[in-house]
Design a protein around this ligand. Structure first.
Ligand SMILES: Nc1ncnc2c1ncn2[C@@H]1O[C@H](COP(=O)(O)OP(=O)(O)OP(=O)(O)O)[C@@H](O)[C@H]1O
Length: 231
């Protein structure tokens, strides 16, 4: 579970500060996807960065599985990010020289204790996840050999390598056409249910929101449950 409790985040803006996230409270439960929409500049990515514990808020708390992340030192926060949080960014950020299989397996090597001992298990999990995202037969391909939708599937599988309880997804369909975008959303819904993640998904694309378990609209850093009229 992830719970944002009365979170406020400001950035310096010349002499004053700009409020990117303004007293936001939001909870996502295991096995559910909550959509976050809103106009450009309304604070969606900032909210996701706070949820990912990448930025510490000015005020409020981020609870991950009932642990208050504000009380952690930076080592513990890094550990929590690695083990509990999966992040899918807008661009796939895959490493050009690695195959799909290696993109996932390398997650086992990043700062994890005893990573050598866990190599075989990591390799098996990578294969299972590539199958789960429909990329089992593309395991040996490098990013330039894949379509945008296929790259995004590898990206999603990679975010799930460490079996996170929280999955944070920022605009996963922005580089894709409608049909491929819809299948990526379906995949995230399916994996959220199968792996029981608490998923927050930022999207501009209102057509996807009715498929989700809940949706909020962000306007000027604040949340409203009144969704834009097109939904
Ligand atoms: N690092 C930063 N420094 C200063 N201001 C920032 C920073 N990041 C975001 N902002 C400001 O915070 C506000 C919210 O930005 P944010 O990127 O979170 O919005 P968004 O809803 O994700 O926008 P988009 O849909 O265009 O990605 C904006 O006014 C933006 O200019």
């Amino acid at each position: 579970m992830i719970h944002l409790d009365d979170v406020t985040l400001t950035f310096p803006d010349g002499e004053s500060r700009i409020t990117a996230v303004d007293h936001v409270s939001l909870t996502a439960h295991p096995g559910t996807v909550t959509g976050i929409t809103g106009p450009s500049g309304s604070g969606k990515s900032s909210l996701l960065a706070v949820a990912a514990t990448l930025i510490r808020p000015d005020a409020g708390r981020v609870m991950i599985d009932d642990v208050d992340t504000a009380t952690m030192d930076s080592g513990a926060a890094t550990d929590l990010r690695r083990t509990k949080i999966g992040i899918v960014f807008q661009q796939s950020n895959l490493i050009a020289s690695l195959t799909s299989q290696e993109q996932l397996a390398v997650m086992n090597e990043l700062g994890a204790p005893n990573s050598r001992r866990h190599r075989a298990a990591a390799s098996a999990r990578a294969a299972t996840l590539l199958d789960a995202v429909g990329m089992g037969d593309q395991a040996d391909k490098r990013p330039h050999q894949l379509s945008g939708g296929q790259r995004q599937r590898v990206n999603i599988a990679r975010a799930l390598m460490n079996d996170p309880s929280v999955l944070l997804v920022d605009e996963p369909t922005s580089a894709l056409d409608q049909e491929r975008g819809a299948s990526i959303i379906e995949l995230i819904l399916q994996l959220t249910s199968e792996l029981n993640t608490s998923t927050l998904l930022v999207t501009h694309d209102l057509v996807h929101l009715p498929r989700m378990h809940g949706a909020v609209n962000m306007v000027d850093g604040r949340l409203t449950s009144d969704l834009p009229a097109a939904v």
